[in-house]
Ligand binder design. Sequence first.
Ligand SMILES: [Zn+2]
Length: 257
Amino acid sequence: MTDDPTRCPRCERPTTYCVCDRIVPFETRTQVVILQHPQERDRDLGTAPLLTAMLPRARVVVGLSWASLAHALGHEALPRRWGVLYTGSLPQPLPPELYARPAVVLNRKGEPREDTAPLEGIIALDGSWSQAKTLWWRNAWLLKLPRVVLHPTQPSIYGRMRKEPRREALSTLEAVADALVANGEPPALRESLRKVFRSMIQRARDVAPPPSPPPTDQPRPDRRRKGRRAVAVSATAADESIDLSVPPPEEAPTREG
Ligand SMILES: [Zn+2]
């Protein structure tokens, strides 16, 4: 709870762009667990609170590492029944019909899945680009889970409201919305989630201009180097997606023995 009169007591966002008035809960079969990096501090424009407000079966767990899926969830669960949102490289290209979908559920190796039963739940990693990567590399049990691979078909609703380098990466809400539909939830759910998020961004834009774009006199990163990324995403979304297949320097696994 906040005593700050400029913030909503419920969501703690600035009252000027709180969207508590737009929240309509949506029952899902799929559970959603958002593993949030302890330093994720986007209190004003973060989307995890929108997900937990709208989805009764969604919750946020804050931390850096858990011994297993069951530890992260707080109850027993079969790893093959839970998927993790994944934006890294795949071992082989997907068939074209799968590329056309915004998200697709694959097995833990990133290959088409034989088990077609819907997942019991999905796990999303919430934080900045490097925070999400740290969470991935600190929780080796994530490698045992089926992967929900995202191919964003539209740029993020965040637009320029979010600073580099995640400017065009999907928000946690957009990624979860796509993953839920890939897991058999109704497309109307995706639309409801995106609509509330769009309202929040619209209200935020109305009160504050977006941050200036980065200076153009600096050389652009060589995007062709990232061409090995197997996940085909739209041109704008691809460049800033989190490639989980490469560890951040401080998380590179050390081989002992
Ligand atoms: Zn609010």
